[in-house]
Design a protein around this ligand. Structure first.
Ligand SMILES: Nc1ncnc2c1ncn2[C@@H]1O[C@H](COP(=O)(O)OP(=O)(O)O)[C@@H](O)[C@H]1O
Ligand SMILES: [Mg+2]
Length: 270
């Protein structure tokens, strides 16, 4: 079956005012299957948002292939980006109108996703009248309302307290299990990646370094020690977050969790 997202030899180079160049995405290859939940895990500055911007079509200046064929794209950012002069419902209507979703479908879509995220009673609230967690939930509803086939999520819960983030992650998994949208979720939180993903790609310095499938059965629970144990191994694989390997000098967990190297790049010295 054709993948929902197909990326081949993707390179992205930024040119500074003085003419100097910096390659931020280095020959990325990536296929994401329809309905897959993929997490891209990497430290700040490794190119995660740049990659999502290319996939979303916001950045069209790159070399290589970046085909997205799984339907409309929904994009969720770290911050909710709601329009402050519109109510919760007004924000949803704005998105539905912008995406030309037929008006007769609006009510059904809004009720469905507001109910799934516990926001049914807040339609008439303005963004400043709801909490940060509710605002991010509303942003998720806005992304889902326009019936995307693909959801791109850029560290969407990293600005929330852990208790709130846990609730929204659980909501997201429930919604994903019901709707089976293709999700590319970017994070620097290994525990979050292990809790959510079918597959994790570790990204460093603009390249995919490691790939693994997450063998933990669904539905997943925060009480499942397997999530913690796997995230511990992933953090070890991360090294110290600066691309340096663990003290043993090699990626751990290769055998136990099926890690595989995705590039032949050598790691920088510790
Ligand atoms: N518009 C831009 N012009 C120049 N450099 C950029 C631009 N956008 C991002 N970068 C650089 O590309 C690198 C990757 O950025 P980004 O994709 O935002 O990383 P991440 O999302 O993983 O934190 C960073 O070093 C950043 O400074
Ligand atoms: Mg980013």
């Amino acid at each position: 079956m054709k993948p929902a997202i197909h990326v081949a030899s993707l390179r992205k180079t930024f040119t500074a005012r003085d003419g100097s160049t910096r390659t931020v995405l280095k020959n990325l290859d990536l296929d994401v299957g329809a309905g897959e939940f993929l997490c891209i895990l990497g430290p700040s500055g490794c190119g995660k948002s740049t990659l999502l911007n290319v996939l979303a079509g916001l950045d069209k200046v790159y070399d290589g292939t970046a085909d997205v064929s799984g339907g409309r794209i929904g994009y969720l950012f770290q911050e909710p980006r709601l329009l402050p002069w519109l109510t919760a419902e007004g924000n949803l209507d704005f998105a539905l109108s912008s995406c030309r979703v037929p008006t007769k479908r609006w009510e059904q879509l809004k009720s469905r996703y507001l109910a799934m995220t516990g926001l049914s009673d807040y339609r008439n609230y303005y963004p400043h009248q709801i909490s940060g967690g509710m605002a991010q939930r509303l942003a998720l509803v806005r992304a889902l309302c326009v019936e995307p086939g693909i959801l791109l999520m850029d560290e969407p819960f990293s600005g929330l307290d852990e208790i709130t983030a846990r609730r929204i992650r659980t909501d997201l998994l429930t919604i994903w299990e019901e709707t089976r949208k293709t999700i590319v979720f970017v994070t620097h939180n290994a525990y979050e990646a292990c809790f959510l993903a079918d597959r994790i790609l570790v990204m460093m310095g603009g390249a995919f370094e490691q790939e693994m499938r997450v063998p933990i059965p669904r539905p997943r629970s925060y009480d499942d020690s397997a999530v913690f144990e796997l995230s511990r191994d992933v953090i070890r694989a991360f090294g110290d977050g600066m691309g340096r390997p663990t003290p043993a000098g090699r990626w751990p967990g290769n055998v136990a969790h099926g890690w595989s190297a995705t590039s032949t790049a050598t790691l920088p010295p510790a």
